[in-house]
Design a protein around this ligand. Structure first.
Ligand code: ARG
Length: 429
């Protein structure tokens, strides 16, 4: 090894431990590193071996990040000295156990963010626990900074599921800037993807969406540069022909596209592809993070932008006015818990039981019209619709719905409001 010693040394002293699950250097013998293959975690793979004299097991998780070559990532981990390098395809578990419950809960945070990262982190951390145990590791390392939500989601999961495991988050403490990291990478033969000249966007993605942060995105008055959109076609370049996509749902779960039955992973990936082609799912969003910061994110969420509104529409069609008013409040609570890293909180599972109960009726088909960045509901049908065209029509009267009964209803319905209004106006006179 060359001049790795010139890079900043670990600065944490034994007295600065702020949580019981954080590892003291002396406790670290074998580390399970959540390894993405990017610069931070590659530097980390080497740095942990040097700083802690520990062995490193690399774990890379496939949640459907488009265009990733996992063979290359595994090779890189081995080349950097990992004693084992595992790649896990967790797309099915992610789709079934995390994205589907979120669809049932119309999972959106801050009116715009479909939670793809927030849903991925508890699964990633759960798998880290499983593989740490399998490889007899004492510590889990991850690449989160101290400023984001992801550290909360990952560490809360580990501390909940595996109190015996310790955590290190080197980026929070190593005080290397990007320049120093690149220097460290060069000194240690770590390849730097995409060159070192330009600071890249900070990207996170999976089959439910993609986020970009950093660079000009931090300037709130800077409209998006085109190069940030790597998933969704810019609406102005989208096809001139609209497309209608029919999504079939069974008990709240999307099961078919245009009548073709698909497994959930394929359905999500295909929907994303179709939405991306039509420029659907671009979100430019200011977000209230758990750790206090307000941050701007650019999201590309083509599958969510189609499936969430379709699900919500079908749910409203089969629910009563009372169910529909109530569920929105629970949906918001569900999304907040998940956003805030409390996936394992019992209230989330309690809420899931309610979501499942409501979604028992959510069977039917919704047609979404996709055109230049917009996804709009255009058709609905369901055997469970609480809807009767005969009753709703303006064209005939009579039958079960008596228009003669309406004035009596109005008189009683407005009774308290009318009394209160009268009292107030009398007092003002
Ligand atoms: N703001 C989103 C969230 O908190 C996306 C975070 C993306 N994560 C990342 N490491 N770049 O869920």
């Amino acid at each position: 090894m060359t001049d790795a010693t010139e890079t900043p040394q670990i600065k944490t002293t034994p007295h600065t431990r702020t949580a019981s699950y954080l590892a003291e250097p002396s406790e670290v013998g074998r580390v399970l590193l959540l390894y993405s293959g990017g610069l931070d975690t590659s530097v980390m793979l080497k740095w942990i071996q040097d700083e802690y004299e520990a062995e490193v097991v690399a774990l890379t998780i496939n949640l459907g990040q488009p265009g990733e070559d996992y063979g290359v990532v595994r090779g890189k981990a081995e080349q950097l000295g990992a004693v084992a390098a595992e790649v896990v395809d967790a797309r099915e578990e992610f789709a079934t156990g995390y994205v589907v419950p979120s669809i049932k809960a119309n999972g959106i945070y801050g009116l715009a963010y479909p939670l793809f990262t927030a849903l991925g982190r508890p699964l990633i951390a759960k798998l880290a626990v499983e593989y740490a145990r399998k490889h007899n590791c004492d510590t889990i390392a991850h690449g989160c900074t101290g400023k984001g939500n992801d550290q909360v989601r990952i560490e809360a999961t580990i501390a909940t599921l595996a109190p015996e495991l310790k955590v290190i988050a080197p980026v929070r403490g190593w005080q290397m800037g990007r320049e120093e990291e690149i220097e460290y990478a060069r000194a240690n033969g770590i390849p730097i993807k995409g060159g070192a000249e330009q600071t890249p966007y900070s990207i996170d993605d999976n089959l439910w969406g993609r986020s970009s942060e950093g660079r000009w995105i931090e300037e709130l008055d800077h409209a998006p540069d085109d190069d940030v959109f790597q998933l969704v076609t810019r609406p102005e370049l989208a096809p001139d022909e609209p497309q209608i996509l029919e999504i079939g749902f069974e008990r709240g779960v999307p099961v078919s596209l245009d009548g073709e039955r698909l497994g959930i992973v394929e359905l999500l990936e295909r929907t994303a592809e179709i939405g991306a082609r039509h420029g659907v799912g671009i979100v430019d969003h200011i977000e209230d993070r758990i750790v206090g910061l307000k941050v701007r994110d650019i999201y590309e969420v083509p599958a969510a932008a189609i499936l969430l509104p379709a699900h919500a529409e079908l749910e409203r069609l089969v629910g009563t006015i009372h169910q529909n008013q109530f569920k929105g409040e629970l949906d918001r609570k569900w999304a907040y818990l998940v956003y805030a890293g409390l996936w394992w909180e019992p209230l989330r599972t309690d809420l899931d039981a309610y979501m499942a109960s409501v979604n028992e009726q959510v069977t039917g088909t919704i047609g979404m019209k996709l055109y230049k960045g917009v996804a709009r509901v255009v058709t609905r049908s369901s055997p469970n619709a609480v809807y009767d065209a005969q009753l709703a029509t303006f064209e005939t009267s009579g039958g079960l719905f008596s228009q003669q009964a309406s004035p009596g209803f109005i008189e009683l319905w407005s009774l308290q409001s009318r009394m209160a209004h009268r009292l107030r106006t009398q007092r003002e006179e």
